[in-house]
Design a protein around this ligand. Structure first.
Ligand code: AMP
Ligand code: ZN
Ligand code: FE
Ligand code: FE
Length: 278
């Protein structure tokens, strides 16, 4: 199984890098990419754990861009994490995440659902480079008794258009495609079936998009077929993975179930200029 969409505690996943590799291996994954939101802080640790298991590893990221007021998740693979431009961009992304959490917590106080959570609390102990976000506020709402569970916290307060929703600021998806290319990587539009903004695919192709994520747990068979054929007819490659967020996250079902066919992985690696066999 080849899984190119996985999260760790460096963003909103529940598994440490080491636990993630163990869980993926146990589920039958033998090639994996880590794709935390707006951070590559887990890349070195996942790479080391994967090497110890004899698994093939690809450094990755899931960057949140903004288009038409909506979040658009852009995946990047085979990146040079050390690139100055990428590192500075990700620092700015995480700073905006802190700004947003502070504003959300302020909104919640006004709404009579106070939570005692600060960016420092969330980041504390996890080391530098952790990307925070709404799932941590959702957990605080559950812990404080203001929501039944994470899904309820999003439905009642945090989801797009809900009372404590604070818009994000950020780069366009096309700008992120360019950034990923300049960092030596290849780009993929994440879970387009969940996004439901297919008209942006043409704009992204013009910007140099490499692939679209056809295989994802939130895609029905018809979505997979539609995006595979869209990719084939547009000269794009396809990517895929489980979007696993670890035990207790509510986003575990895809692990070992949803992945990328080997020929598609080989094509992606070749496009990135990487040989996958020694
Ligand atoms: P943020 O990064 O702060 O914009 O939060 C977005 C993240 O929250 C997504 O990547 C998901 O992991 C999670 N999320 C979004 N909507 C929901 C939902 N309705 N229920 C549970 N988790 C969600
Ligand atoms: Zn996430
Ligand atoms: Fe995503
Ligand atoms: Fe994801």
């Amino acid at each position: 199984m080849i899984d190119l969409h996985l999260h760790t505690t460096a963003s909103d996943g529940r598994s440490t890098p080491e636990a993630l590799v163990d869980e993926a291996f146990a589920a039958g994954v033998r090639t994996l990419a880590v794709t935390d939101h707006d951070t590559m802080a887990a890349v070195a640790a996942v790479a080391a754990a994967a090497a110890a298991r004899g698994m093939r590893f690809v450094p990755g990221i899931e960057i949140t861009a903004v288009a038409r007021g909506r979040d658009v998740h852009m995946l990047g693979y085979f990146l040079d994490a050390g690139t100055g431009e990428l590192a500075a961009f990700l620092d700015a992304q995480r700073a905006d995440r802190r700004r947003r959490v502070v504003e959300i917590v302020g909104k919640l106080r006004e709404l009579g659902a106070p939570v005692a959570v600060t960016p420092d609390d969330i980041e504390g102990g996890a080391g530098g480079g952790r990307a925070i976000g709404r799932p941590f506020v959702a957990q605080a709402l559950v812990s404080a008794g203001h929501a039944r569970d994470i899904a309820d916290a999003f439905d009642t307060f945090l989801g797009d258009g809900r009372p404590a929703f604070i818009p994000r600021r950020g780069a366009s998806p096309a700008e992120v495609v360019g950034l990923i290319a300049r960092a030596g990587g290849v780009s993929s539009l994440a879970h387009p079936g969940k996004l439901r903004l297919d008209p942006i695919i043409d704009e992204l192709i013009d910007a140099g998009l490499t692939a679209i994520e056809a295989y994802h747990p939130d895609h029905r068979d018809a979505d997979v077929e539609r995006y595979v054929s869209r990719a084939r007819s547009s000269g794009l490659l396809v990517t895929g993975g489980s979007d696993y967020h670890g035990p207790g996250s509510g986003r575990t079902s895809g692990l070992g179930q949803v992945g990328l066919p080997a020929p598609d992985f080989e094509a992606l690696a070749a496009r990135a200029g990487r040989r996958t066999h020694a």
